[in-house]
Design a protein around this ligand. Structure first.
Ligand code: GDP
Ligand code: CA
Length: 320
């Protein structure tokens, strides 16, 4: 069984823990195609937050209390950088985390692509999931606001998504190509899952890479999405600010309709909503998206694995 998952960072990582749990003990081959829109150069190093969030979570070395970064992290280097007035004072780079960024930068400086750099970095741990960046090119999300245009990280971390966003720009996307292995993985997949990640700044930038959407449209495998919205709320985080900016309601149905039905050139064959959102199922069916309702709270890998089973079952049903 070949499984492809489109994923952002922390939410995607929780989902992937469930995917890995569901397939534990089988010979399933799991590939995550990961957003690079949050990536940036800072203090001379290349930072890839979504790839690293997934790697740390699957390796079991993530900080579960804080919700991001490495467990047992220290910030001595960040304190020095601050003293020199380098970097962003509101963006802390942990010492262990910097080890990852230095390693990535080392490989990039040697001329390797991000996909190959990621393959070498992730080889350190038995993750059980192959991580592929969506593209080797630098495609960074920038946010247009009334106060100017800024990198997504500045909007999200410094301003806590509180400055109304006028537009999300995936800078560099027109010249980008899918990373080596991405189109092949989509073409060979038995099922393609869309993690309950941020639709605008995690999944959106993946779909925007020229060639990825076409590969998904042409894929033989069913595409099944899982709603990141439960009962009109984003569960964790500030994704509602992103949805509002692109004119999409914070609801499970609205996100599915935003992704669209594959029968009409959209992304989805099927969509899993939370039990509390079952009222929208007929609307989605009418729009060509097969839907079902199950509990969608990713409280632990076993609970998430049950959600993944439901997504796989829904994907395996005959087309609507
Ligand atoms: P980021 O890149 O670290 O922001 O993470 P993602 O984009 O992968 O995922 C963030 C999204 O995950 C949030 O916007 C939430 O809507 C969603 N999310 C977080 N926890 C849960 C959960 O327990 N269940 C569901 N269905 N969605 C969740
Ligand atoms: Ca992210």
């Amino acid at each position: 069984m070949k499984v492809v998952v489109l994923s952002g960072g922390v939410g995607g990582a929780r989902f992937l823990l469930g995917v890995r749990e569901h397939f534990a003990g089988t010979d399933a081959d799991i590939t995550a195609i990961v957003n690079v829109g949050d990536d940036m150069w800072l203090t001379g190093v290349r930072i890839a937050p979504d790839l690293d969030s997934i790697m740390y979570a699957l390796a079991g070395v993530n900080d579960t209390e804080r919700g991001w970064g490495r467990a047992g992290e220290t910030e001595r280097v960040s304190a020095e950088l601050r003293a020199y007035g380098v970097g962003w004072p509101w963006f802390t780079l942990g010492d262990l985390d910097l080890g990852t960024h230095l390693t990535r930068t080392h490989y990039l400086r040697e001329g390797l692509g991000l996909a190959e750099a990621t393959r070498r970095i992730t080889a350190r741990w038995p993750l059980g999931v192959r991580l592929l960046p969506s593209t080797d090119q630098e495609v960074e999300t920038h946010v247009h606001t009334a106060d100017g245009v800024m990198h997504f990280q500045e909007w999200w971390t410094r301003h806590r998504a509180a400055l109304p966003a006028l537009e999300f720009e995936y800078r560099g996307v027109v010249d980008a190509r899918p990373a080596p292995g991405v189109v092949e993985a989509i073409g060979a997949a038995d099922v393609i899952l869309v993690a309950p990640s941020n639709p605008v700044v995690s999944i959106g930038p993946i779909l925007a890479i020229p060639g990825i959407r076409a590969a998904l449209t042409a894929a033989a495998a069913p595409v099944v999405g899982v709603s990141p919205i439960i009962a009109g709320a984003v569960v964790r985080g500030m994704a509602d600010a992103c949805l509002t900016a692109i004119g999409v309601d914070t609801s499970a149905d609205a996100v599915a309709l935003h992704y669209g039905s594959r029968t009409n050139g959209g992304l989805l064959d099927a969509w899993l909503v939370d039990e509390t959102d079952s009222a929208g199922i007929p609307t989605l069916s009418a729009a060509g998206i097969r839907a079902a309702a199950v509990p969608l709270w990713m409280t632990d890998p076993a609970t998430t694995a049950a959600m993944v089973s439901a997504a796989l079952e829904l994907g395996a049903q005959p087309g609507s």
